[in-house]
Design a protein around this ligand. Sequence first.
Ligand SMILES: Nc1ncnc2c1ncn2[C@@H]1O[C@H](COP(=O)(O)OP(=O)(O)OP(=O)(O)O)[C@@H](O)[C@H]1O
Length: 208
Amino acid sequence: MTVSLQNAGKRFNREWIFRHVDYTFQSGNAYAITGPNGSGKSTLLQCIAASIQVNEGAIEFNNAQKKLEPENIYKYISIAAPYLEVIEEMTATEFLLFHTSFKPLLSTITIPEILEIIGLQAAANKQIRFYSSGMKQRTKLAQAIFSDVPILLLDEPCTNFDTAGYELYHRLINEFCKHKLIVVSSNDINEYNFCSEVIAITDYKIKK
Ligand SMILES: Nc1ncnc2c1ncn2[C@@H]1O[C@H](COP(=O)(O)OP(=O)(O)OP(=O)(O)O)[C@@H](O)[C@H]1O
């Protein structure tokens, strides 16, 4: 699976967030998008997710040499991001089960096993609205990481995590994401130190 940006640029109103991005992301590799607050990391990630469109250039998705239509891209992507909420009225078990009606989870693992791995087995039947912020983040991450899709997009994946949360994050990446194409948007080196490529969004801040 590849995601290719060709001279891609995104602006909001008259402000260019990034321009002239030529880059190809490939399965089996992990990439980081870094930059200061408000520089455009999340915007680039959302363009890669095809949830927003670029204003110039193009983004192409290929699976086994076959070009994918933009409206089908979502089937290949899972994403965990601060702006994507969990359904607070559900329990974690219900939430993960509900998610499977849109995207399958890895066939090698069950929902109770996932909850045990992420340390939420005791809270499996508690409504998510009663979770701590770190527990909610674990649930969000699990939904993205255990989805059976080739592309994993993570925006500030360790938000609200303590030391154990960071350790869990790295364990999940190592054990369950080997063959995925991973893109992490972050300012925190501990969130992206496993990424072989680092893209500084400030390199694409060309004004004209
Ligand atoms: N829908 C939108 N309409 C207008 N401006 C937007 C919109 N979304 C983002 N922006 C602007 O685009 C710029 C980049 O925002 P973005 O959220 O991508 O930055 P970021 O690097 O992810 O920031 P942070 O590190 O704070 O999360 C900001 O100036 C932001 O205000």
